[in-house]
Design a protein around this ligand. Structure first.
Ligand code: X6L
Ligand code: MG
Ligand code: MG
Length: 175
């Protein structure tokens, strides 16, 4: 379990919070993964394809013995189990799990790029990431998260929806 990974989670269809919680449970149920911390849940205006419902977005930190490629395969299985359908490109989805960072590695394969190539342009990723990892550095970037965020335009489209209080991973979803 010696690899540190940050994932972005998003949902804008159906029981959005329930899909986020189930995705985290499926990850944590895997004996090769331990979910270490979660951000607050943010409600965010859609970006890219804007004619769709608002998203809930969050970022989580996990420890895993899986390679990045193996983790991607697991994530895709979880998206499938949670009824994600490939309809409109960038369109509404029950759940979306993206690998943001894998240790401080830069990885490029046919199906995977880490760091996530668009993450620094998206306030819905950078705001929850900064909440749980304010000092993390991105391979290939000389700037801090604060510096990157100070350049972003769409921060007002990212609002706290359920604030995290305490250290437990699942207490966020209780009550
Ligand atoms: C120009 C062209 C500017 C494309 C932006 C941005 C495309 C983001 C796709 C873009 C562009 C994306 C989420 C979302 C999507 C999400 C929120 C994407 C892929 N996923 N909006 N839009 N949260 N708020 O998780 O991220 S589609
Ligand atoms: Mg995404
Ligand atoms: Mg994705």
């Amino acid at each position: 379990m010696d690899n540190t990974v940050y994932l972005s989670l998003g949902s804008n269809l159906g029981d959005r919070e329930g899909y986020l919680r189930q995705a985290i449970e499926f990850l944590n149920d895997d004996s090769s993964i331990s979910v270490e911390s979660v951000s607050s849940i943010y409600e965010t205006d859609p970006v890219g394809y804007i004619d769709q419902p608002p998203f809930l977005n969050m970022v989580i930190k996990l420890q895993t013995s899986y390679s990045a490629t193996r983790l991607l395969a697991l994530i895709q299985t979880i998206e499938h189990r949670l009824k994600r359908k490939r309809e409109i490109h960038w369109g509404p989805r029950t759940v979306d799990l993206d690998i943001l960072l894998y240790n401080s590695e830069s990885i490029t394969t046919k199906t995977l790029r880490i760091p996530h190539p668009r993450m620094t342009e998206r306030a819905f990723v950078m705001i929850p990431l900064r909440e749980i990892a304010p000092d993390v550095t991105l391979p290939g970037w000389q700037f801090s998260l604060d510096q990157i965020l100070s350049e972003l335009q769409d921060k007002e489209g990212v609002r706290i929806w359920k604030r995290k209080n305490g250290d437990g991973v699942f207490e966020l979803f209780e009550s």
